[in-house]
Design a protein around this ligand. Structure first.
Ligand code: FES
Ligand SMILES: [Fe+2]
Length: 397
């Protein structure tokens, strides 16, 4: 049995087929000059932490990474160490993972389940799972203080479309409707991502600026060079449609099988939308730091976080797939399929894209590196750079 085909109705499938037949691509109205200092300048990195990550939501994890009451993950956001915990009523809370006594990291495991409380390993203060202070060790000798005001600091958080969204700043507000906009909100809502499960997750600390890495995964222009023996055998280079929703984008590319299908099509007949949908990649540039690839049978979520200095980042890769029950497969087939798929991802992303990004970082760190140019065909990169620049410049609209 084939994996379930996701029900999407992208409005521009015909445009993609036209591009494929003419070997053309969507273009943005202009090229974009990029100053290479944005990949290496500590001041620009500080502005990003404050005005990008300190203001707008990022996807912290998939819903199924917090499956039950007490499930938690910890993560290093650009401004804060965070711990995200599933609550008894099913909601989630995100908190700064720093004890209010003398600041120790409260939860040190990457993930797990703590059924009753979070306990600081330093002097044993404990917190309820909502972050409120539960007890302070030897309080008689410690002296009295305001327990209510001494809970873990809360971060804005919301769960929607199968993801947990967090703003990396306790003072910020989170307005997902405004941030996603009606189009991307509807698109994500239509996919039923909450019914999927996160089958694999990997974290990679890389010596490259987070935008160098993000750029590589918004780019349909490099495939035939960097992925000659892998992805290029399946996907066309430089054929994309772009939907620019302001902050976010959706961009689609055809797979080689679609080209073959078109070649074999009897004259005068057309492919149905259903046929086209099976053989395209639908990607989403989710500002500020994620690319979500929506394939016919699963989802790949790539997230990029600035590191401690502009020359380093962390990338998280998630393979989000139909649950065992929804797949209709037996457990062994399900596991083997997604293990194999994960390995293919490692072969392409880690072994082919990462080395290019590392070398790009070394090269753009040259003080003599000249101005860079994003072409009219690099549609998703264009919107990404345009929007990061607008956020850094403090434009709210
Ligand atoms: S730092 Fe947490 S109990 Fe002392
Ligand atoms: Fe690539």
């Amino acid at each position: 049995m084939n994996p379930p085909v996701l029900q999407t109705r992208p409005p521009d499938l015909r445009r993609l087929v036209d591009h494929l037949q003419r070997r053309s691509t969507d273009q943005v109205p202009e090229q974009l000059a990029v100053d290479p200092s944005i990949y290496r300048d500590p001041e620009f990195a500080a502005a990003e932490r404050e005005r990008v990550f300190g203001r707008v939501p990022v996807i912290a994890c998939h819903t199924t990474e917090l499956p039950e009451f007490g499930s938690f993950i910890t993560m290093r956001l650009p401004n804060n160490e965070a711990v995200i915990v599933r609550q008894e009523d099913g909601s989630v809370r995100a908190m700064v993972n720093s004890c209010r006594h003398r600041g120790s990291m409260v939860e040190t495991a990457e993930r797990g389940t703590c059924p009753r409380r979070l306990q600081c390993p330093y002097h044993g203060w404990s917190y309820n799972l909502d972050g409120s202070l539960r007890s302070a060790t030897h309080e008689v000798s410690f002296g009295e203080f305001d327990h209510i005001a001494t809970g873990l600091v809360q971060l804005p958080v919301e769960e929607r479309h199968g993801y947990v969204w967090v703003v990396d700043n306790p003072q910020a507000t989170l307005d997902l409707d405004a941030w996603l906009g009606p189009e991307m909100n509807a698109i994500l809502g239509s996919y039923g991502i909450e019914k999927y499960v996160c089958a694999h997750k990997g974290s990679f600390d890389e010596p490259a600026n987070w935008k160098v890495m993000q750029d590589a995964f918004l780019d349909g222009y490099h495939i035939q060079f960097v992925h000659r023996e892998t992805a290029a055998k399946m996907t066309y280079t430089n054929i994309l449609t772009l939907d620019d929703y302001g902050r976010h984008t959706r961009f689609m590319s055809p797979r080689k099988k679609l080209g073959k299908l078109l070649e074999d099509l009897p004259e005068g007949s057309e492919l149905s939308e259903e046929q086209i949908r099976r053989y395209i990649n639908i990607s989403h540039g989710l500002l500020p730091n994620a690319t979500m690839l929506f394939l016919p049978d699963h989802i790949q979520l790539l997230s990029f976080y600035p590191g401690a200095d502009p020359g380093h980042c962390r990338m998280e890769i998630r393979l989000i797939v139909p649950s065992l029950e929804d797949s209709g497969w037996d457990e062994q087939r399900w596991q083997e399929t997604w293990d194999r798929n994960w390995q293919i991802n490692m072969d392409i992303l880690r072994d082919e894209d990462f080395p290019i990004a590392r070398n790009t970082q070394r090269a753009v760190s040259s003080t003599g590196a000249g101005p860079l140019l994003i072409g009219r065909n690099e549609v998703a990169n264009y919107v990404f750079h345009r929007e990061i620049r607008r956020l850094v410049d403090g434009e709210n609209a």
